[in-house]
Design a protein around this ligand. Structure first.
Ligand code: GLP
Length: 244
């Protein structure tokens, strides 16, 4: 769906999420949200915070799983996704602490594999992700599933693409500070979500959006696997829609 701007699209996505949260509340059930970081979802989070403050939208029945985290990464570091999520969402809403899940970038390497397995398992036990938010990187990645990632990939430790590291540089003091690795939900983990909303704003995303949506399905553009998912929506602004 092409929106006039990021604000309009983000508002719509936030409303969709809020509606599902409220429906589940009425049924006395929980809802599982898959969350993304980066600049793309920020306005969705701002809108959700506004609805919490002004319209009494409660997050008490909400369980969240974040897509990814740098590895290694301390939660209180400036660039950590834990910090990002607190700043833009969790510190401003009434979500229960125990319902928040973000891959743990502090684990010793020998524990990572089992931890990732448990991450996917926990999602499954809770009934799967109801709504998954995604951004898209210029390499075509979703989460940190870089080119070469197949749709059989589960949550795991990955190596970051050079372009992704360059794009991340804006958040780090210098190149050597950008981690070489990250933990990410796999393509398979993402595709299990019941509904997926991918957000892409700005002309710099136009090329990769076109390749993800219109070109063949290939691990060279991991986001292209979303074409196989029956309930995925791409929300773009006019800039990001330019090559479609
Ligand atoms: C990072 C995140 C991705 C995100 C991407 C795009 O690589 N791990 O999940 O989609 O950045 O970021 P932005 O939304 O700032 O363009």
């Amino acid at each position: 769906k092409v929106w006039a701007d990021a604000r309009e699209g983000s508002k719509h996505v936030a409303q969709t999420i809020a509606l599902s949260i409220r429906q589940r509340q009425q049924e006395g059930e929980h809802i599982v949200l898959g969350l993304a970081t980066g600049s793309s979802p920020i306005q969705v989070y701002q809108e959700l915070v506004r609805m919490h403050k002004e319209e009494g939208l409660s997050f008490k029945n909400v369980i969240t799983f974040n897509l990814d985290e740098y590895y290694p990464m301390k939660p209180d570091a400036q660039q950590s996704y834990v910090r990002f999520m607190r700043e833009y969402l969790f510190d401003h809403i009434d979500i229960k602490k125990e319902n928040i899940h973000i891959p743990d970038g502090t684990l010793p390497i020998e524990q990572v594999e089992e931890y990732c397995r448990q991450y996917d398992k926990k999602i499954e036990i809770l009934g799967g992700i109801d709504i998954q938010l995604l951004g898209i990187g210029r390499t075509g990645h979703i989460g940190f599933n870089e080119p070469g990632s197949w749709d059989t990939s589960d949550t795991r430790l990955v190596r970051l693409d050079a372009l992704t590291r360059r794009d991340a540089l804006k958040d780090f003091p210098s190149e050597e500070d950008v981690p070489y690795r990250a933990m990410t939900m796999g393509i398979r983990s993402i595709l299990k979500a019941k509904a997926i909303h991918l957000l892409a704003w700005g002309q710099h995303k136009a090329e990769v959006v076109k390749r993800a949506v219109e070109d063949e399905i290939t691990p060279s553009i991991p986001s292209s696997f979303l074409q196989k998912h029956p309930n995925t929506r791409f929300h773009v602004d006019t800039g990001a829609a330019e090559c479609l």
